[in-house]
Design a protein around this ligand. Structure first.
Ligand SMILES: [Zn+2]
Length: 372
């Protein structure tokens, strides 16, 4: 992460670079703002700049030995503390999850707490546990290996258990020379005030819509109108904008599968139905369940559309396009049974019945129900 990769916040980036250039680096700094404005991204860019041996024009060089190590997030003077889960009663620390953390952040420096939890624990709640404080102290006892500074980035310090927060407070009260703490938070008010008051605080405001849109177009190769739409609804959060893009892509995927399922069922094209169920199965159980829920929504909306009750309709333009012709086949003679069959499929998948069999069975039932 370079300063130039951090979206917006140009004035703040300039100030931070200047303070490093002038050798005035506070030992504890807090980057705060709402979720998705780039607290972690900016901490990473700032840490890289601190350690870069050949800073140019207010940013890191990217080629010095320090920058090369930063690109892999594996510099011996760069340390991370972040929320984790404990799979058992052992005293785990951030270091035990470091490989996954590096992977997640390198893929997306705007990842959210939820993204991270999904990566390591299928949605459990994580914390920075008491066992982490010993790890922090241990790391501070070493001198910086290579860089002029030793940097510790604490991502989401608001997730710290109380005893760990108290330990950190003690450390911040007696700064170790050469150690810089960078705290990246989404909920500054949840951090104990005594810690907050020990830090220099930098506020990251919501990112301007235009900047989010430009970034989305570049990163996802999408049209300006699609990017504008997501940027408008992201309310200054790049993380939320990314989620909206992914939801849109997923919706498109589900629609495509739904259209195929109905088309092949209508024409009794069993060969293609079989291929379709196999391709769905490859998405994994969770995705198949999501698809079944999506399909039920589509059926309900098509039934409503058939009743010509357009105000009650919540379809995208593409969905409406398909449904304007398809809805005539969804009526009071089949809607309830169709919904029942989809729900039944959901239940069976939960009961670990083979996904391919459940889906193929379902598609055969749709064949006869569509003709009613
Ligand atoms: Zn460099």
């Amino acid at each position: 992460m370079f300063f130039r990769d951090v979206i917006g916040n140009n004035e703040l980036k300039r100030q931070l670079a200047n303070s490093v250039d002038n050798g005035r680096v506070p030992h504890a700094q807090l980057f705060y703002g709402k979720q998705g404005v780039g607290q972690l991204a900016l901490s990473l860019a700032y840490a890289r700049y601190l350690c870069c041996q050949n800073r140019i024009d207010g940013d890191s060089c990217g080629t010095c030995p320090s920058c090369v190590k930063f690109s892999k997030m594996a510099h011996p003077d760069l340390h991370f503390v972040f929320p984790i889960v404990k799979p058992d009663s052992k005293n785990y620390t951030s270091d035990d999850f470091l490989a996954q953390f590096r992977e997640g952040v390198q893929e997306n420096a705007y990842l959210t707490f939820d993204d991270w939890m999904n990566m390591i624990s299928a949605g459990k709640q994580g914390y920075i546990y008491t066992s982490e404080s010993e790890n922090i102290v241990k790391k501070l006892n070493f001198k910086a290996y290579e860089a002029p500074y030793k940097v510790m980035i604490i991502w989401l310090p608001e997730k710290m258990q109380e005893s760990c927060a108290n330990k950190l407070l003690k450390i911040l009260e007696e700064p170790h020379s050469g150690t810089i703490f960078l705290l990246a938070t989404e909920n500054a008010e949840q951090i104990i005030t005594t810690i907050r008051s020990r830090t220099q605080q930098h506020y990251l405001p919501p990112i301007p819509q235009q900047k989010i849109s430009e970034e989305l177009q570049q990163k996802y190769q999408i049209s300006s109108s699609e990017a504008d739409f997501c940027a408008r609804n992201a309310m200054g959060s790049f993380s939320l904008a990314q989620k909206l893009i992914n939801d849109t892509k997923r919706n498109e995927f589900f629609l495509e599968k739904f259209v195929s399922l109905m088309r092949f069922a209508w024409t009794k094209d069993f060969l293609n139905l079989k291929a379709l169920t196999e391709s769905l199965e490859k998405q994994g159980k969770m995705e198949v369940k999501e698809f079944l829920i999506y399909a039920q929504n589509m059926l309900r909306e098509n039934f409503i559309l058939n009743l010509k009750n357009l105000q009650l309709n919540y379809l995208t333009r593409e969905e409406l396009n398909f449904s304007s012709k398809f809805s005539q086949f969804i009526n009071e003679r089949n809607i309830f049974q169709l919904m029942d069959e989809f729900q039944q499929a959901e239940v069976e998948i939960d009961q670990n019945v083979n996904v391919k069999i459940v889906l193929f069975d379902l598609s055969l039932k749709i064949c006869s129900l569509l003709k009613k």
